[in-house]
Design a protein around this ligand. Structure first.
Ligand SMILES: Nc1ncnc2c1ncn2[C@@H]1O[C@H](COP(=O)(O)OP(=O)(O)O)[C@@H](O)[C@H]1O
Ligand SMILES: [Mg+2]
Length: 373
C-alpha cells in the first residue's frame, strides 16, 4: 500500500523540449487515478517518471512517503503494464508471469502459487503453457496484467493498456481492471493504480479521480462527476463528455437586469440569476459560452424564453437517442434528444430548440477559466 506524491515535477528532454511544466499531485493510498489528455500532453512521460524509467529534471516524487527520485524502477514497489504488452516471446505464459519473481529469488513454491492465483483471477489458467504468439491480443494483455499482479506491487502503472484491442474487448478488459482494483481492496490489499489513457470514456468509467492534462500541465484533478458537472476551464469542458459540450466564442451582454449571450443576431440565451454573481465584471467582454448537448431539447409549444430556431444539418441515430446537429448563424450546435420522430428526412428543415441555461457554463475569453462555478 502506498500513496504517490509529485512535487513541482518537471521534465526537459535532452533535446531541450520541456514536456512537463511543474506538476503537483497527491494520489491517495488505494486510489484509482487516471491521467487523461490528448496525445502528446505528457501522460506517458509523467507515468514513466513515477516508474523510474525516465529521469526527473527537477522536483520530487515520493512513493509511500519515500523520495524515489534516485531509486531504480525495481526498488520502487511498482509494476507497469504497457500498451504493447512487452511479453517475452519465447517464454510461456507461466514463465512470463514468473520471471520477475525468479529474478527476485522468490521460492519456487511461492512463485507457482502466486502465478496460479493471478491466472485464476484473470481467467487465463488454461493458457499457462502457451507462448505469446499463440494468443489473441486480449489474452496477451491479460498476461501482461497478470505479470504485474504476481509481483504484489504497492502501485500499478498502466500506460494505455487497452489501446491495441478492438472496441468490444476494450470494454470487457476495462471491467476486468476495475474488478481487479475492487477485489484487491476487498482482500485487504488495496493497490494504488495510476492509469494513462487518451480516452475520456475509459477515464470516466475507471477513475476514482481523474487528472486532466494538457501540454504538460494539470488542468483539473477531480472525481468523474465533478469534472463533468463543474469543469474548471474551457479545456476540461471540451475534453470531458461525449458528444462534447457545445462551446461558442461570444460577448457577454446586459440589457437592464438581463445578462445574455447571442448565438446569432436576435438569438438570445439568458443567463439565470443564480449564475450571475461573478459575471458583472465581464459585461461587453469576450467569453466562451458552453452548454452540453443533453441540456438542449426540441422546444414545446408554450416555450418562450431561451428558445432558438436552427436548421437541422445532421441526425446521428444512436438507437435509444439522437444527436441533432443544427445551425444557428455561423454556429453548429448539437442536441442530444430521445425524440424518435425526427429522422434524416428532416435534414434541411427548421426546428425550435430549448436551451436549459441553468446548466450552462461561461468561460473567461482570455484565461478560459469557468466564471460560473
Ligand atoms: N525522448 C524524447 N525526447 C524528446 N521529446 C520527447 C521524448 N519523448 C516524448 N517527447 C515529447 O514529449 C511530449 C509528451 O510525450 P508523451 O509523454 O509521450 O505524451 P502522451 O503520452 O501524453 O501522448 C510530446 O510532445 C513528445 O513528442
Ligand atoms: Mg503516451
Amino acid at each position: 500500500m502506498a500513496n504517490v506524491t509529485l512535487r513541482a515535477v518537471e521534465k526537459e528532454y535532452d533535446n531541450g523540449f520541456k514536456a512537463v511544466h511543474g506538476i503537483d499531485l497527491d494520489i491517495k493510498e488505494g486510489e484509482f487515478m487516471v491521467f487523461v489528455g490528448p496525445s502528446g500532453c505528457a501522460k506517458s512521460t509523467t507515468l514513466r517518471m513515477i516508474a523510474g524509467l525516465e529521469s526527473i529534471t527537477s522536483g520530487e516524487i515520493q512513493i509511500g512517503g519515500r523520495v524515489v527520485n534516485d531509486l531504480p524502477p525495481k526498488d520502487r514497489g511498482i509494476a507497469m503494464v504497457f500498451q504493447n504488452y512487452a511479453l517475452y516471446p519465447h517464454k510461456t505464459v507461466f514463465d512470463n508471469m514468473a520471471f520477475a519473481l525468479k529474478m527476485a529469488k522468490v521460492p519456487k513454491d511461492e512463485i507457482k502459487q502466486r502465478v496460479l492465483e493471478a491466472a485464476e483471477k484473470l481467467e487465463i489458467t488454461e493458457l499457462l503453457d502457451r507462448k505469446p504468439k499463440e494468443m489473441s491480443g486480449g489474452q496477451r494483455q491479460r498476461v501482461a496484467v497478470g505479470r504485474a499482479i504476481v509481483r504484489k506491487p504497492d502501485v500499478f502503472l498502466f500506460d494505455e493498456p487497452l489501446s491495441n484491442l478492438d472496441a468490444k474487448l476494450r470494454v470487457s478488459m476495462r471491467v476486468k481492471i476495475a474488478q481487479l482494483h475492487q477485489s484487491l481492496k476487498e482482500e485487504g490489499n488495496p493497490a494504488t493504480m495510476i492509469y494513462v489513457t487518451h480516452d475520456q470514456t475509459e477515464a470516466l468509467t475507471l477513475g476514482d479521480r481523474i487528472c486532466v492534462l494538457s501540454k504538460g500541465e494539470i488542468m483539473q484533478v477531480d472525481t468523474p462527476s465533478n469534472l463533468y458537472c463543474y469543469p474548471a476551464n474551457k479545456f476540461v469542458a471540451g475534453f470531458i463528455g461525449s458528444p462534447s459540450m457545445n462551446l461558442f466564442d461570444t460577448v457577454l451582454k446586459q440589457d437592464g437586469d438581463n445578462i445574455f449571450v447571442e448565438l446569432a443576431p436576435g438569438s438570445r440565451l439568458h443567463i439565470p440569476v443564480e449564475k450571475q454573481q461573478s459575471l458583472a465584471n465581464h459585461i461587453n467582454k469576450k467569453v466562451c459560452f458552453g452548454i452540453r448537448p443533453e441540456h438542449i431539447s426540441l422546444a414545446n409549444e408554450g416555450d418562450k424564453i431561451n428558445t432558438i430556431e436552427g436548421k437541422l444539418t445532421v441526425v446521428e441515430n444512436m438507437g435509444n437517442e439522437k444527436y441533432l446537429h443544427f445551425r444557428v448563424g455561423a454556429n453548429i450546435i448539437v442536441a442530444r434528444v430521445s425524440d424518435m420522430t425526427i429522422s434524416t428526412h428532416d435534414i434541411g428543415k427548421n426546428f425550435v430548440f430549448n436551451f436549459d441555461t441553468s446548466f450552462c457554463h461561461i468561460f473567461d475569453g482570455e484565461t478560459e477559466q469557468n466564471i460560473t462555478l
